[in-house]
Write a protein that binds this ligand. Structure first.
Ligand SMILES: Nc1ncnc2c1ncn2[C@@H]1O[C@H](COP(=O)(O)OP(=O)(O)OP(=O)(O)O)[C@@H](O)[C@H]1O
Ligand SMILES: [K+]
Ligand SMILES: [Mg+2]
Length: 686
């Protein structure tokens, strides 16, 4: 993991609070306050007591009004501190966004270039980027291969390969080409780039409440209404028994009873969760996805580029008996001339290395109709003018094609394909036919791909968290089995089309499971969109990045472990602080009600078990405590409750005990302490 800049988690002190103060003050406007019903009630109460304190000034009235404003301010402070971290990251990202001049290819200008400002680029423009230059906008590499420094975006200094054709074709505006030359087709409008979206995200500008948050807000608003009615109903009762309470006391009581702690911290908890993801180099488009991640049951991963490194290279030509290796290499190269996938290019290179076959220019293969590779056909090749045809691809696909031309399937091919598959390689069967003749199989090309390091241990960790892993691949079952075994995934699905991937997700969801999907390819995009949590690899295609609801800048398929932990931590933190807040309010009720009424009925004196100084000091102490609790819990809200992999119900019980009991006890101690401190002050009766 390469943590992004900014303060380390847990670093939280008076300096950060102070830095967030201006933003917290700006949030005091009614427009912002109205978005949070609980705090809006406090805000209204603060305004009301201020008016009353101005009308008949007195220490008690002024002190209550001042502390009610503090309560509101502390809530805003929590949110502002949480947002502050994102702002620092956004500033760092903005530095990557500088003016670039793009070298745009003039349409039909035969390679002629013109210089245009990066901001004037349009979707569909072709731009040339060479070593030392900055990619002027988001796009797809359509020609060439280059090593690119993406550290401006990922924070990772090791260069990455960007190339046309395959699943590593996305080029991101603001990154720098280190070597070679690529042509990029622009796919995003200036101002709507990945970098722009990242900045908006870490700034929290696009943050929306999640369904869970909305539900909790409604519950808190309902509780607030109930207490509002209860406190209002108190007045006739108090009046009946001979001493109506002052409006200031009633407002103070109301604020102490409504769930201000969680009301104040709710939004900070959500922002901090997203922020923790950014720190792990994951960008989440929605808080909803982060929450869903906390409950994921099944993780689907695609194989090539996700579990493996993804640069499947041709390493060997294995001809069938009676065919020379040179003949096979020649056919394989012919079938790959226009194949812009990494696999296709590596075949051309291998044929040249092994057999000195010069890569024929496309133009020299006269009148050829190229058959591009697609994930559905699992095959590519060429039809020549003179009637010759060559195909290469997955064994099943090519053998079907051979049969369609009237050719016989060759039994010798079986063992060759099986041997390559069993070792985890991908076999590409090559077949060709002379004009008017049935096709015949020539042999197999071995594609080798390497499993990413350390992945086995990580899958074991996912298993401990109770998450089932399923690898889905377009590759054949034997290769899939070998890779699945080596990587240590629980299950696999081979020869999967994009539709199969979606069917599997729908099936899991229909069985009531939450599904996460990690992928990089264009063919993964529909599945990424359908999954509850869709994590696209940053190294992958733009289509994948747009379809998912998270992007992992490190392109690490096991990042889901951290994502799940952060999601669980978010849910647990919110639950723990809600429990604490409600328990706290109940305790406050029993702490201050007796003290409030002892003035009326000396007979109630024995109920004042806490021995608070006076009704006024009891009420003020409770208000002060209520406000200070918010500040005291800001670090916990931002850092999150500690999470250890354990059964969900055990965690829940533990937290209920800890935060419920804690919430019940602290007000008694806290209010008593504050009462002792303030009772010598004049103007508090007694
Ligand atoms: N350029 C190509 N030309 C011909 N056949 C290919 C080419 N690339 C891959 N194939 C064949 O098509 C199959 C499916 O490839 P595809 O890229 O869809 O899936 P995959 O990358 O193997 O799986 P995953 O979904 O895990 O990325 C491969 O297993 C291989 O047999
Ligand atoms: K409260
Ligand atoms: Mg793939």
């Amino acid at each position: 993991m390469t943590g992004r800049g900014g303060a380390p988690p847990g670093a939280f002190g008076p300096r950060r609070l102070l830095a967030a103060l201006p933003a917290a003050l700006r949030k005091l406007g009614p427009r912002h306050m109205a978005r949070n019903p609980v705090m809006f009630v406090v805000w209204t109460g603060a305004a009301l007591t201020t008016v009353l304190a101005l009308a008949s000034p007195g220490f008690f009235a002024v002190a209550v009004a001042a502390w009610l404003w503090c309560t509101v301010l502390f809530a805003n402070l929590a949110e502002a501190v949480a947002e502050g971290r994102g702002r620092a990251q956004a500033a760092a990202l903005r530095r990557a966004k500088h003016e670039t001049v793009a070298r745009r290819l003039v349409p039909d200008g035969d390679g002629r270039e013109e210089e245009v400002p990066g901001v004037r680029l349009r979707v569909g423009d072709l731009v040339v980027v060479e070593a030392g230059q900055t990619v002027p906008g988001d796009g797809e590499v359509v020609e060439g291969i280059a090593s690119v420094d993406e550290s401006a975006i990922t924070g990772e200094s090791a260069p990455v390969i960007r190339e046309s054709g395959g699943d590593r074709s996305a080029a991101t505006g603001g990154t720098r080409v280190l070597s070679d030359r690529i042509v990029v087709r622009i796919t995003a409008k200036p101002g709507d780039s990945f970098l722009d979206r990242m900045i908006a995200l870490v700034e929290g500008a696009t943050r929306q409440k999640t369904p869970n948050e909305v539900a909790l807000s409604i519950l808190l608003a309902a509780l607030t209404t109930v207490f509002l009615l209860a406190v209002t109903a108190l007045q006739p009762a108090a009046a009946y028994s001979g001493g109506p309470q002052s409006v200031i006391v009633l407002v103070a009581l109301l604020v102490c009873l409504i769930p201000t702690t969680i009301g104040a911290l709710l939004s900070a908890i959500g922002i901090a969760g997203m922020d923790r993801l950014v720190r792990h180099n994951v960008l989440a488009v929605s808080g909803r996805a982060v929450e869903a991640a906390g409950d994921v049951d099944t993780l689907l991963l695609d194989k090539t580029g996700t579990i493996t490194l993804g640069n499947r290279q041709a390493t060997e030509f294995v001809p069938v008996p009676g065919v020379s290796e040179a003949e096979l290499a020649d056919a394989a190269q012919l079938a790959s001339l226009a194949d812009e996938t990494p696999e296709g290019r590596s075949i051309v290179v291998l044929a040249k290395e092994r057999h000195g076959l010069r890569a024929r220019e496309e133009g020299q293969v006269t009148g050829a109709a190229f058959v591009p590779f697609s994930a559905r056909t699992r095959m590519s090749g060429v039809d020549l003018d003179d009637g010759r045809m060559v195909r290469k691809g997955a064994a099943a696909a090519v053998i079907t094609w051979v049969r369609e031309t009237g050719g016989a399937s060759l039994t010798e091919i079986g063992p060759l394909v099986d041997a390559i598959s069993a070792s985890g390689g991908t076999p590409l069967v090559v077949a060709a036919c002379a004009p008017g003749q049935p096709a015949r199989v020539l042999g197999v090309v071995r594609l080798k791909d390497i499993i990413k390091a350390g992945i086995r241990k990580r899958f074991a960790e996912l298993r401990r968290m109770g998450i089932r892993t399923v690898m889905i691949t377009g590759d054949n079952p034997a290769t899939a089995a070998a890779i699945a075994h080596e990587a240590g995934v629980d299950h696999f699905l081979a020869e999967a089309t994009p539709e199969d991937k979606m069917r599997l997700i729908r099936q899991e969801q229909a069985d009531g499971r939450l599904v996460a999907m990690t992928g990089d390819g264009t063919n993964d995009a529909p599945a990424l969109a359908l999954a509850d949590v869709g994590v696209a690899m940053n190294a992958g295609t733009n289509a994948a990045k747009e379809a998912g609801n998270m992007v992992d800048l490190d392109s690490n398929p096991t990042k889901l472990i951290e994502i799940v932990e952060i999601g669980k931590q978010l849910l647990i933190t919110r639950g723990a602080l809600t429990t604490f807040s409600l328990a706290n309010d109940v305790a406050k009720y029993f702490a201050i009600i007796p003290a409030m009424f002892t003035g009326l009925h000396p007979g109630l004196r024995h109920l004042n078990v806490m021995g608070l100084h006076s009704p006024e000091s009891a009420v003020l102490s409770a208000v002060v405590f209520n406000a200070l609790v918010i500040v005291a819990l800001i670090p916990l809200a931002l850092r999150g409750v500690a999470y250890r992999p354990a059964g969900a119900s055990r965690l829940l019980r533990r937290n209920l005990a800890l935060y419920g009991v804690g919430g019940l006890i602290t007000p008694f101690a806290g209010i008593k302490l504050i009462d002792l401190l303030i009772s010598p002050l004049p103007g508090l009766g007694g």
